[in-house]
Design a protein around this ligand. Structure first.
Ligand SMILES: [Fe+2]
Length: 384
């Protein structure tokens, strides 16, 4: 019996093809007039900033654009961005991009509202009051950062990542415009899409699962299994792009409430050491993490398999689960992603150290099956 759970609805979600061109109206309706835009160079060179800027300028002033954001948001970036936004007297932040610009803007709104520096707010619910308003405009369908209550910011000097978790960190508005994802290259579409799938699958089996998150996670799995191939193989397919953008956002809401597991623990451990895309790592590790966990939650893995398109009729749970895991592997292969850690140049000698690192990753604490270092090493060897 479910004894307790908490499910927070933090962000207002707006979805429309062409929404970027109407963002000024969204800002104005919120009673704000001075928008400060946060993006990265990739967003600018892909031509995605232009529709956002012209959409804003129809109704409100754009008082600044900060696009000096690296692939992993950092303390220095956040402080520089916040100083620029303060100088410009911004009254709302608009983040355009993948996870990094959105995390940067989350960090900026903390500093702008509360002052001080990011490490002061590290941890769970240290922030307990509303922040400068923020709109997140995702240009990938993957991280779900546009709706999550977490900001991850790298402290370059200390060589570690700082996580700040609070419902006040979640953007006020997630503006989903599938037109902004039409030009995302196939490989990134695949990797970010598999990241979203890993969010949905991990959160559905996590120790913090609840019926609210479950429904979002299961629907997201179904949508990704149905539409990711089309989004990868036919980038201009607006329907597939829209379904992926919604699925990634739904998975983001689910995992912001119900957290992660062994797949993210291992991929964070590897990602901290080797420059491999987070989504690619999750995609590689996912079938092995599913296999490891399936013994403790078989009925959940049967449902996952059904959402992946497996016909369960008259067959044993073991067969259906095995087919579900294979369906995930086949999806990754069809999308052109590597299937082994050796394919992304993770050295075999590094596996014992990676197992030790994964064992202390925060994500591991909500995995449905507790894992020893030896078991994590076995999992890593299988994925290698
Ligand atoms: Fe992820």
């Amino acid at each position: 019996m479910q004894e307790f759970f908490e499910f927070t609805l933090g962000s207002r979600v707006l979805y429309k093809a062409g929404l970027a061109r109407e963002l000024g109206q969204v800002v104005e309706e919120r009673g704000r007039q001075r928008a400060f835009v946060v993006a990265d160079r990739g967003v600018v060179s892909a031509g995605l900033l232009a529709p956002v800027l012209s959409g804003l300028e129809r109704n409100v002033a754009v008082v600044g654009v900060f696009d000096d954001v690296p692939a992993n948001s950092s303390l220095g970036t956040v402080l520089a961005g916040a100083a620029a936004a303060r100088e410009a007297q911004a009254d709302i932040l608009v983040a355009v991009g993948g996870g990094s610009p959105i995390d940067t803007a989350k960090g900026m709104r903390i500093v702008l509202t509360l002052g001080g520096s990011i490490p002061e707010y590290e941890g769970y619910n240290v922030i307990s009051e509303p922040l400068v308003p923020m709109i997140a405009v995702p240009t990938t369908a993957g991280t779900g950062s546009e709706v999550t209550s977490i900001a991850v910011i790298k402290d370059e000097e200390a060589g570690r990542k700082i996580s700040i978790v609070s419902r006040y960190v979640a953007p006020d508005i997630a503006a989903l415009d599938p037109e902004l994802t039409l030009t995302l290259p196939p490989r990134l579409t695949a990797a970010t899409g598999m990241d979203a799938l890993s969010h949905a699958i991990e959160t559905y089996v996590s120790t913090e699962n609840n019926p609210f998150s479950d429904s979002l996670a299961l629907t997201a799995i179904d949508m990704i299994a149905t539409h990711l191939r089309d989004a990868v193989q036919e980038g201009s397919n607006l329907e597939a792009r829209g379904q992926m953008l919604m699925a990634a956002c739904m998975a983001g809401i689910a995992c912001s409430n119900s957290l992660f597991g062994v797949i993210h623990a291992i991929s964070h451990a590897i990602g901290g050491r080797y420059p491999v895309h987070h989504g690619t790592l999750n995609s590689i590790v996912m079938p092995y993490g599913m296999q490891f966990n399936s013994v403790v939650a078989p009925e959940r893995y049967v449902r996952i398999a059904r959402m992946m398109g497996v016909n369960a009729g008259g067959r044993s749970d073991e067969e259906v689960i095995a087919d579900g895991i294979n369906a995930v592997r086949t999806l990754a292969a069809d999308c052109g992603l590597p299937l082994r850690l050796r394919d992304v140049e993770v050295p075999e000698e590094a596996l014992p150290e990676l197992a030790a690192l994964a064992l202390v990753e925060a994500a591991i604490f909500n995995n449905p099956r507790s894992a020893t270092e030896g078991e994590l090493l076995e999992l890593l060897r299988a994925a290698w």
